[in-house]
Design a binder for this molecule. Sequence first.
Ligand SMILES: *Cc1c(COP(=O)(O)O)cnc(C)c1O
Length: 632
Amino acid sequence: MAIKNFTVQDAMSMYGVKEWGYGFFGVNSKGHLVVHPTRDENLSCDVFDIVQHLRKKGVDTPLILRFPQILAARVTELNEAFHKAMREYDYAGSYQGVYPVKTNQIKEVVDQVVKAGYKYRYGLEAGSKPELMIALSMNLHPDALVTCNGYKDETFMRMALLARKAGRNVLITVEKMTELPMILKVARELKVEPLLGLRFKLNAMGSGKWESSAGDHSKFGLNTQELLEAVETLEKKGLLDSVVELHFHIGSQITDIRRVKTAMKEATRMYAKLYKRGVPLKYLNVGGGLGVDYDGSRTTFSSSMNYTIDEYASDVVYTTQDVCAQEQVPVPNLLSESGRAIAAFHEVVVVDIIGLIDTTHTKYRVELTGNEPQVLKELAYTRDNLSVKNFAEMYHDAITQKDELITLFNLGYLSLDDRAKGEILFWEVCRKLSKIFSYKSLKYIPEEFQDLSKSLADKLIANFSLFQSMPDHWAIDQLFPVMPIHRLKEKPTISATLCDITCDSDGKMEKFIDLKDVRDEISLHEPKGGEPYYLAFFLTGAYQDILGMRHNLFGAPTEAHVVVNEDEDFKVQQIIPGDTMDHVLRSVHYDPDELVEGPTRRRQNKSDAGEALKALLTQQRSLPTYLDTNER
Ligand SMILES: *Cc1c(COP(=O)(O)O)cnc(C)c1O
């Protein structure tokens, strides 16, 4: 029987590229990962080529690749989705989104979002003073909005109101009752009429990890009574005309479209009632929450979502119109603050594998001479007699025998050689078991063995820090797609988990995407000696850069911004060096000048080694913090 060749189509389906890649990613005939930055199949570039190109320039992995065209494509897609839905339903209002700067504040990212959004009058959302500084510096369309959310102090208000006075459309969302007197005071002082929004605590909640962002116990927003009081206060001050927006946010990564519909019904009803009470609302701001299907399963699982961007826009528009018709009020202009859905796709993190932890001692096999202690003979018997018919009891025997081995060693009855042999015998049993589990004929693997198959997986060590590059995988178990960027015409032969290079045992990945489930291992290729093996992590463009932390003083990796041209050509627009050792040391208050001198200063006599050390430190301080893969 001919064995079917492993094809790039097989690789595509093995890693789920079509499902999570959303047309932005694919595999070419060389078996390399490609990017289609506009989702046009005919425009592509080879990611392996990009990495090779950068390597020649001395830029090494770990690497962040940013594709600004993907950001532009997402901005267009979101705006067009709302425009299309509004045409379809003959909606009398307009759509005007804002990008929440907190999702990814990196200058080139915000620049690109603003550029792509200009013709849509797309604006920015700021949640802190520095974010507001960023938003105010951008070249937005004159009609675009800058919205200010989050807790604010008087200075924040002053910045926003001065910008308003200077002619910018800066809208302040009132999150807390105590913000109101502050706004009134500063506005009176500056003689400027504020542009105000009221954030309402919806009863409806999101789903998944961010449920607590909404509902009665949420950190933000006014309850119904406070809303009424705010309206009264503003009315008394003659400022009711300033209140142009009603705002809510039901949390990030809404996985279930029904939550969006429920929230829209409640929010639009609230809008209509306030409108009828004389509040001249122009905008209904539906906040963020538009999800990203990280695992491609199209389910309500926390790393997925059961709707498309078009369905989202359509449901928001339809529900608003429907409720407004019932209430006989004019429809509001719709505003949304989608961050994740805009930024997630544009970033790919490429890492290289630097080694393999061979858990099961694959290289070793023990032959007994006959003079070994009894416990070794018993382990060898288990190994030799284990079969598909008796594996459960034999495995239990092996566990008992291994315990005995350690006890005897601790009591001083076994030599080092005996212990080594015994351990190898035990792993031989495990390897044999693992083979048995891979039999197609074995329909059912007992529960107690499911963890075993996880511990038998190879561990590949990748040159990166999980805490820096995918903090949400560590913090909230969010899944991100992972796959090699080359060798995709070769059938993967190992089942592996990944470790990073931090000294933290949590710095590992043991959960991977799957269309039907979550996998404990990922199928990969055995690294070949002397040849790099590159893996990529995808959809990391939202929140990961800024949440990323310098655990073990591993800093931000080097990044390259890549534009794809016709004919599979690409241009590296810019390379931004990763954090240097200098940078991370300063961030924890060391003076690198002193650190370089330090080791030699205390010695009276200058030694050659001391001088050499100083030279090495001097050379290293301006380099990135990761392992230098050229040394291998
Ligand atoms: C964080 C945040 C957003 C962005 O949410 P996404 O789920 O990333 O779209 C929008 N609005 C507010 C108020 C937020 O706090």
